[in-house]
Design a protein around this ligand. Structure first.
Ligand code: OAD
Length: 255
């Protein structure tokens, strides 16, 4: 193809602007959502094939749903664990992991898939928990913190707490539940930065969706990378339309 008509070779000028800001930044914070893992094959929540198009959150992702039918909730999580286990981190995770090793970089994710962890991201705040961790449904005193269990499939349909023998639940944040205070504090702390980048999130679920606005109020240069326009798009300094797995490597090359 004639290069002059090959649009894939034209880099969005906003990417250059953002790269210059990241290069100069001493403190960089990146907020990620399901879109970052989309190229790995992990389903998003609100897209055309999103999970919330096929399922009602109140049936599967609330404490009431678990109380009503733990087996059904575990079936859904077991299906997601199986799907995610077959996925690998993509170029977006790799770039973020490399940046996370530079001083002053913090990464806050809403994703429970742990693909950032597998890519080697440091200074990671997992706002919504991890699908690879379980916790005691009864919050028993002997098992106050989540434990890791990466077995696929889990041996029992409905796993139990190793201490009290009661039900175990996925250690993720469900609708109607508070986030862990330490995670919220760390995320808010990370809004004190020079550049705040929000990537692959529909920017509708709070408190995560409020972070970019906090960062802006605190003087950060703000940017978004997303395939679509979101409620954050009009609030940020630079909105880049594109896949995270393509845009982040382009940015990394310019640094
Ligand atoms: P959503 O599914 O709501 O949004 C995914 C976003 O990623 C959309 O705005 C897409 O346009 C964008 N996207 C898709 N593919 C992309 C790609 N390759 N590159 C860049 N962007 C892409 O997911 P989240 O915003 O993460 O919470 O959802 C937030 C929370 O809502 C989740 O953590 C989950 C969900 O309900 C809980 O379960 C508590």
């Amino acid at each position: 193809m004639d290069r002059s008509t090959d649009r894939s070779s034209i880099i969005d000028p906003s990417i250059g602007v953002l790269a210059a800001r990241i290069r100069a930044a001493e403190r960089l914070t990146i907020l990620t959502g399901a879109g970052v893992s989309a190229a790995s094959g992990v389903p998003t929540f609100r897209g055309a094939d999103g999970l919330w198009r096929q399922h009602r959150p109140e049936d599967l992702a609330t404490p009431e749903a678990f109380e009503r039918d733990p087996r059904l909730v575990w079936e859904w999580y077991a299906w997601r664990r199986e799907k995610i286990a077959a996925c690998r981190p993509n170029a977006a995770h790799d770039v973020i992991a490399a940046w996370s090793r530079r001083p002053g970089c913090r990464v806050v994710t809403q994703n429970v898939d742990d693909l950032h962890v597998r890519a080697g991201t440091s200074a990671l705040v997992r706002l919504h928990g991890s699908i690879w961790e379980l916790s005691c449904w009864n919050r028993c005193a002997a098992q106050p913190t989540p434990w890791r269990d990466e077995r696929v499939p889990l041996p029992d349909g409905v796993p139990g707490c190793p201490q009290c023998g009661g039900l175990a639940r996925p250690a993720v944040v469900w609708f109607g539940e508070p986030l862990r205070a330490a995670d919220v504090d760390a995320a808010l702390e990370a809004t004190a930065c020079d550049v705040f980048l929000t990537v692959g999130t529909s920017a509708v679920v709070y408190p995560a969706a409020g972070l970019v606005h906090d960062a802006r109020r605190r003087g950060a240069f703000t940017a978004e990378i997303n395939l679509e326009t979101t409620p954050a798009s009009s609030a940020v300094d630079v909105a880049i339309h594109g896949g995270a797995e393509a845009v982040l490597p382009q940015l990394a090359e310019l640094l």
